[in-house]
Design a protein around this ligand. Structure first.
Ligand SMILES: Nc1ncnc2c1ncn2[C@@H]1O[C@H](COP(=O)(O)OP(=O)(O)OP(=O)(O)O)[C@@H](O)[C@H]1O
Length: 251
């Protein structure tokens, strides 16, 4: 079943076009990694998928995204943007914001439990009462992810969620995304770490200059593709059945 569909999407800012004829279909149960160099248009595409920008040509569960109310969409899509501004709000209250689409005036027992279990899952329950502006970059990133997961969405869209995280936390976040997807849901994740993506994702969408250059499984990765997308030739090896890419150094 197609949960997300983008057809011939063109989008830009202030008259300058960024996305060129982008088409993408995402099935239920897929973990899709979007990869590509800085400025390729990855975040812009994700904002179109998340409904941050009102774009024509984006469908969620077969319905144009612009026909959903904000509240309806918030129950379906959990979006983790690249950065949140850390204010004085505490971790618990920030994650509780993810429950907003379900809440009346006051949070229910279920809302409180959802926040508690999400904090525990991300191993940040000990930070519950800390204000955001007293967290490390990695802790803040986890709060950002927890808020989206507390929304109990069908689709998780994350923009570089492993940024700022140490190796252990990177693996934890990717495992959480994997479990989310294996429970029949769907995730699209922007990543710069190709090897982390290769370890956890099912599908790889490579973007450059606002276009999708390649879209497919692990088999799409070749030294030529690496060169075309990043301008650096890649050496591809295999470790424990998973391809690993290292950049070739010029001499
Ligand atoms: N709000 C905006 N207004 C004008 N131009 C923008 C805006 N946001 C992004 N851009 C431009 O759109 C292009 C694509 O940016 P985008 O953030 O989508 O790239 P990206 O692939 O996510 O990059 P990165 O890997 O560096 O995060 C860039 O040239 C950027 O300068």
């Amino acid at each position: 079943m197609k949960v997300l569909k983008v057809k011939n999407l063109n989008f830009g800012y202030n008259g300058s076009q960024i996305l060129h004829n982008v088409s993408l279909e995402v099935e239920r149960g897929e973990l899709v990694a979007i990869l590509g160099p800085n400025g390729a248009g990855k975040s812009t595409l994700m904002k179109c998928l998340a409904g941050v920008f009102k774009c024509k040509g984006v469908e969620v569960f077969g319905k144009p995204i612009n026909e959903y109310s904000q509240e309806e969409l918030a129950k379906i899509i959990g979006y983790v943007p690249q950065a949140i501004v850390p204010g004085f709000m505490r971790v618990f209250d920030t994650v509780l914001l993810g429950r907003r689409p379900y809440m009346g005036l006051k949070p229910s027992k279920k809302d409180i439990e959802a926040v508690k279990s999400t904090l525990k899952m991300l191993k940040i329950d000990h930070l519950a009462l800390k204000p955001l502006n007293k967290l490390s970059g990695g802790e803040l990133q986890k709060v950002n992810i927890a808020r989206a997961l507390a929304q109990e969405p069908e689709i998780l869209l994350m923009d570089e969620p492993t940024n700022n995280l140490d190796l252990r936390s990177q693996v934890e976040v990717m495992k959480i995304a994997r479990e989310f997807v294996d429970s029949g849901k769907t995730a699209v994740i922007i990543m710069h770490d190709v090897n982390l993506a290769l370890r956890f994702a099912d599908r790889f969408v490579f973007m450059k200059d606002g276009r999708i250059i390649k879209d497919g499984g692990r088999n799409v990765l070749t030294p030529e593709l690496f060169e075309e997308v990043y301008g650096v030739r890649g050496i591809i090896a295999e470790v424990q059945g998973v391809p690993v890419v290292i950049p070739a150094l010029e001499d």
